[in-house]
Structures are given as structure tokens and as C-alpha cells.
Design a protein around this ligand. Structure first.
Ligand SMILES: Cc1cc2nc3c(=O)[nH]c(=O)nc-3n(C[C@H](O)[C@H](O)[C@H](O)COP(=O)(O)O)c2cc1C
Length: 188
């Protein structure tokens, strides 16, 4: 698949076939992710592979609780519009995908978020090249329960920057329309 085709194939996928993804493939995606460019070549990223829907539901529930608590504390929260959806106990932020890869790094580190986003981008293109679908689900990054963080192997002082769900897509939708390209200046 050439790059233009890959760019088309990589869409946010939220509807998956009831088909498992092998942990081996998820590991191959991580091998591709670490080829991403990164600041000062510090490679701050670590990865948590969750190929288990029960654990994903626990992550979804804890993350939802964190976001709901934030909305209740701050009525002007930008997440306010999502409150009803998040309070619905049947709503799984991970859309019942079969697998999840979290890109994790130290909270401290000015460029860690950028590096993790780049790794996540490579992860998503890697998946698309293998016929898999992904979606970055920021709503699944807000895990706070200490026991759960421990089970996930996320050390203190680290956080999930990019939770990427993975599965075989039921369909690949057309790309949502983009705003017109806005090149401020071309100097040549
Ligand atoms: C940082 C980031 C956070 C996102 N969080 C969510 C999310 O919480 N839930 C969701 O359904 N999609 C989420 N998305 C997916 C975007 O909605 C999606 O990428 C966007 O609509 C463009 O569609 P495309 O990826 O198919 O081009 C997120 C994407 C990014 C990059």
C-alpha cells in the first residue's frame, strides 16, 4: 500500500468486527511506533498492551468516573457536553473494541506529549497497513485508581498520553471533511 492509500485507510474506527487481534500483531505495531521521530532522541514512551475487554471496561469505567468528577467540580468544564453519555453505564469509551494500546510516558517532560502523539500516529498507520482499525480515545486516558494503574504497570509519575483502540473494522468510513488548507504564507 503506498502512502497516499495508507493515509486514506487510516480513519478513526469505532465499530469493530467480533474478531480477536493477536497480541503478536499488537507488538509488531509497537515495533513500528518506536521508529517515530522524538525530541533529543529521548524515546520517553512506554506501552501498555491490553488485549482483554474486561480490563478495557475497567479502564473505561475509571476514566469515565474521573471525567464526571471533573465536570461536577467545574460546571464550565469543556467536557460538560459529554456528561450524559459518560453517565450512561452502558457506554464504553472504547466502543467495545477488542484491544487497546496505551502510549505512556513521564508526566514531567515538556515534549513527552508530542513524542507520544508521534508514536501513536505511527501506531495507527502501522495498524492501517495491516488491515486493522484504530481510534485515539482521549476519554480513556483518565485512569486514577491506584490499584488499576498498578495492574497496568504504569509507574507513579507517568500517565497515559495516547490510548489507541485496535480491532478489525466493520467498514472504513470516508474521511470526515477537512477545513480548507490554510497555508499562511509560501515563500519560494
Ligand atoms: C488527541 C485525540 C483525541 C481523540 N479522542 C477521541 C475520543 O475520546 N473519542 C472518540 O471517539 N474519538 C476521539 N478521537 C478521534 C477523532 O475524533 C478523529 O480522529 C477525528 O474526528 C478525525 O477523523 P479521522 O481520524 O477519521 O480522520 C481523538 C483523536 C485525537 C487525535
Amino acid at each position: 500500500m503506498d502512502f497516499q492509500e495508507l493515509v486514506k485507510q487510516r480513519r478513526a474506527i469505532r465499530d469493530f468486527e467480533a474478531k480477536d487481534v493477536s497480541t503478536e500483531i499488537l507488538k509488531e505495531m509497537v515495533d513500528d511506533a518506536i521508529m517515530a521521530p522524538n525530541a533529543s532522541h529521548k524515546q520517553p514512551w512506554k506501552f501498555v498492551i491490553v488485549n482483554n475487554q474486561e480490563m478495557m471496561k475497567r479502564i473505561s469505567d475509571d476514566s469515565k468516573n474521573t471525567i464526571i468528577a471533573g465536570i461536577e467540580k467545574n460546571p464550565n468544564s469543556p467536557m460538560k457536553g459529554y456528561a450524559a453519555m459518560l453517565k450512561d453505564e452502558n457506554f464504553n469509551v472504547f466502543y467495545n473494541a477488542p484491544a487497546l494500546i496505551c502510549v505512556v510516558a513521564k508526566i514531567k517532560g515538556a515534549l513527552n506529549g508530542v513524542d507520544c502523539a508521534l508514536a501513536a500516529s505511527y501506531l495507527m498507520f502501522s495498524a492501517a497497513s495491516k488491515g486493522l482499525g484504530t481510534c485515539w480515545v482521549a476519554q480513556g486516558a483518565e485512569v486514577r485508581e491506584e490499584g488499576l494503574l498498578k495492574e497496568l504497570g504504569i509507574p507513579e509519575g507517568y500517565k497515559i498520553y495516547a490510548p489507541i483502540i485496535v480491532g478489525y473494522p466493520k467498514a472504513i468510513p470516508a474521511a470526515p471533511e477537512r477545513k480548507p488548507v490554510d497555508i499562511l504564507t509560501v515563500i519560494d
